[in-house]
Write a protein that binds this ligand. Structure first.
Ligand code: GDP
Ligand code: IMO
Ligand code: MG
Length: 426
């Protein structure tokens, strides 16, 4: 198996974890490289269902190695909670979960600021997950972050935390009129959390590169999606990290030559949680129907996901900025009952045809999606495991998507479970 990056090619929640779990069968290592507990990655195996926020989805496969890379912003309490949950279901993680010592830590003041900032923004709020992601990445780039390795250095931790709490309290109080946080409480809590995390903390850059050298097969698991990328997404309605495939290198400390395949996960339609423009959103009954059939509620916040038709303009942009080699198309089964299915092939803006996804939302907010209508297949697909057995109209839908995106399909997902997958040539 080649070394693969799996990324979301829409607005997140495409079913990345299901795809990563499926592909882990053929892999040795799974590495998360960006984002934090804003991610909600659902894996269903047999009767068990897990929603991972930080632990790589590959953990469900006994014996496979999992890494939380340096590009992640790590919430220690959340991670320990997940570790307990996984353990309680009888999955052994000792000696197979590793945390980068140079990953940034999400601290309580990050979450407080995330929430205060959103509240103060009123109507222009981004609709964040409130997990402190933006403020944590801000501190990283501002060189005022605290890293996982710092939690283990008792001698200097107190001073570092005191300085940061004082600085953040200024903003919390003076800018937002919020309640100040206690540096000594945070120090006590994070020192204890650090001690509990210590067995997993290591130099993951050395670890991952040694796996590469040994010819191990790697999967880099992306979080969020391409149009939530801080550079390539619908800025400012984005997350605070680079979510595209190239971030796999920076966020885990490997060179680009390590990557052989880039798999873009897309739903057979489109969803978005949070605010910001969404050209193919369906606000009427069909949108509600999609939400109902697809169970489109956020895995992290429980919020309703906004639903719409497949947007090929958006995914074409994702194909180029990620260098997609394959598509993994998920949730095909959700479309089983539709008489007709619309696909946006291009936009119209100021009476002109537009084939490229615009980088300015002031344009995106005013584009008109132009649709092509395809006939629905009106037959159940959940039990199908071979391309030949798919209804002809479902094949036609998939072929049309691949043609519009100019990327071949490697995987088709027809249900949340591992076996509900068609593996094409890849
Ligand atoms: P991720 O963040 O990209 O990993 O995706 P989420 O876990 O947030 O959301 C995807 C949801 O769809 C989860 O509830 C999955 O169990 C579910 N899912 C994944 N693939 C399929 C599929 O092919 N069909 C159906 N019906 N559900 C799926
Ligand atoms: P997974 O990995 C869907 C969205 C939020 C908000 C914006 C910024 O499960 O696909 P943040 O908390 O990151 O500052 O919020 O990004 N968002 C996601 N939407 N799936 C996710 O992750 C998301 N992570 C963040 O709803 O609009
Ligand atoms: Mg999700």
């Amino acid at each position: 198996m080649p070394n693969r990056v799996v990324v979301g090619a829409q607005w997140g929640d495409e079913g990345k974890a299901k795809i990563v779990d499926f592909l882990t069968e053929e892999a040795d290592w799974v590495i998360r490289f960006q984002g934090g507990a804003n991610a909600g990655h659902t894996v269903e195996v047999g009767d068990q269902k897990f929603i991972f926020h930080l632990i790589p989805a590959g953990i469900m496969h006994p014996g496979k190695q999992c890494v939380i890379g340096n590009g992640v912003v790590l919430d220690p309490a959340q991670l320990l909670h997940e570790i307990e949950e996984v353990r309680s279901k009888g999955i052994n993680i000792d000696g197979r979960l590793w945390i980068a010592d140079n990953a940034q830590v999400v601290l309580p003041y990050h979450k407080v600021l995330d929430q205060l900032k959103e509240k103060a923004a009123g109507k222009s709020a981004i609709g964040t997950t409130g997990r402190g992601i933006g403020p944590a990445y801000y501190d990283k780039v501002n060189r005022s972050g605290i890293r996982v390795g710092d939690l283990l250095e008792e001698a200097s931790l107190k001073e570092k935390i005191s300085r940061q709490v004082a600085a953040h309290n200024e903003v919390i109080q003076k800018m937002y009129g919020g309640e100040p946080l206690s540096a000594s409480d945070i120090y006590d809590e994070y020192l204890a959390l650090g001690r509990r995390l210590a067995p997993y903390v290591t130099d993951t850059v050395a670890l991952v590169n040694s796996a590469v050298k040994q010819g191990k097969r790697l999967i880099f698991e992306g979080a969020q999606g391409t149009v939530l990328d801080v550079d390539h997404g619908t800025y400012p309605f984005v997350t605070s990290s680079n979510t595209v495939a190239a971030a796999a290198c920076v966020g885990s400390g490997v060179g680009p030559t390590v990557i052989n395949q880039v798999i873009g996960v897309v739903k057979a339609y489109t969803t978005r949680v949070g605010n910001g423009p969404f050209p193919t959103e369906i606000t009427g009954d069909i949108g509600k129907e999609l939400r109902r059939i697809g169970h489109e509620y956020g895995a992290t916040t429980g919020r309703e996901r906004r639903c719409g038709w497949f947007d090929a303009v958006l995914v074409r942009r994702a194909a180029i900025v990620n260098g997609l080699t394959h598509l993994a198309i998920t949730k095909m089964d959700v479309m089983d009952d539709f008489d007709a299915i619309q696909v946006c092939t291009h936009y119209e803006f100021k009476s002109k045809r537009m084939d490229q996804f615009p980088s300015q939302i002031s344009t995106l907010e005013h584009v008109q999606p132009i649709y092509e209508t395809l006939q629905g297949w009106k037959a159940p697909t959940v039990e199908i495991t071979r391309w030949e057995d798919l209804p002809k109209l479902a094949q036609a839908y998939l072929n049309r998507l691949a043609e519009l995106l100019e990327v071949p399909i490697g995987l088709i997902s027809l249900g949340p479970k591992r076996h509900q997958t068609i593996h094409l040539d890849m």
